[in-house]
Design a protein. Sequence first.
Length: 488
Amino acid sequence: MANDTVVLRFSEAKFEYGENKPILDEASFSVRNGSKVALMGQNGAGKSTLFNLILGNLKLKSGTIFTTPKDARVGHARQVIAPTDTDKTVREWFGETFAEVPFNLDKRIADVLDAVNLKTDLGKKLKAHSGGQQARLLLAYSLIQDPDILLLDEPTNNLDQAGIEHLTGFLMCYDKTVIVISHDAEFLNAFTDGVLYLDVHTKKIEQYVGNYFNVVEEIAKRIERENMANARAEAEIKKKMAQAEVFAHKGGKLRSVAKKMREYATDMEESMVEVRQEDKTIRDFKIPAQEFDFEFSGKILDITKVGIVKDGEPVEKDLALTLRKGTHVLVSGPNGIGKSTLLRRIVAHTAPGITIGENVRVGYYSQDFSTLDHDQKAYDSLREVMEIFDEQRLRSTAAGFLLDGKALGNKIGGLSEGQKGLLVFTRLVLQRPGLLILDEPTNHINFRHLPVIAKALNDYEGALLMVSHIPDFVSQIRLDTTIDLSLL
């Protein structure tokens, strides 16, 4: 429960990545102790940058950041485990959070793993855990120092429904301050009591009190009021300017009246409310399916058995399923059963008992974007998947996914996680795959975009194999069958 003590305050904060990429412009806000706050803003607005400022990883150009106490501990649950850490064991990784490894490290690790409902061997490597298990590890990692302020960056990514429910209950009972970035509206509404909105246009931070849905409704009503006020002001300005023109041509004393009218109209223009542009939504799109010649067998993906994990051991289960053009299949099961591993092996042609048809182009959405070269420019990443290069088509398709010329000129590693997700969808459109393999395609994606993406997947005419833990998203997509790995 929040109290009157302010635990974090930004005062006239200004930050930019060079002169051409401002993030904050004299932004001010405060967060009270014990509050649960959602941090919102368009993809690429700078939400993760704000976290890095709070963590002290980045420094303001001007302004100040205060915490109470001054040495307040800040815990940060990142979106993904760093590639440089994946070969470390659980024990090694947690031990690095301390300047001096405590004698009771194993006990402390066990306590935070229990809090996030995860059982694992402390000697197990991080990369051997599933995406959902890694999401739990990231949260536990942020908790082990008993932080005063907990920063969560897309904490529901890769979690199954049971994991999301456990995390929600944990946060509802958590008595410290939480600031969370998430595109899961239902999750946010369950426990937040306020919103910080980072406006990508004004570079200010707007602060609202109330649960998530109430705040979103309040923002929409405010924008509607401001648009109506501006429309009335514009009509009055046109009227005054037209009258000024008439009086100016009549000469004499009426010229001074005309001058005053123009000045009045100018003052009205300057006083018009600067309406914040709402988050943009990606354009409707279609993922064209690969066309096959008459010699093609029709079997896009043939499955005779699948590998899963049961009781911590890999096992193979028989399965008879063929995906042809238009076949849509969902792969389900709890975290840790091997869904992502199965999809990766299919893409790599190393899954025993599973065969991809000859010359079938595979479009793959990896939950961790491991298929992207982070040192490559976004533009080059799109160009390389085009069978026939067309500059106009590339840029027009990218623009539909809110990737402008500046974003295309950036290295992929410099894009936000949400922009990386939209880049992958842009690649899929340009690639024209015959088989779509999607591993948690809602990860990092603004919830406003999800209905558009669901429609495109529903209408996709090739073969589709997908993992997703978001029931509302899945319900919008036509499915022919579901492979529940827990029932095999």
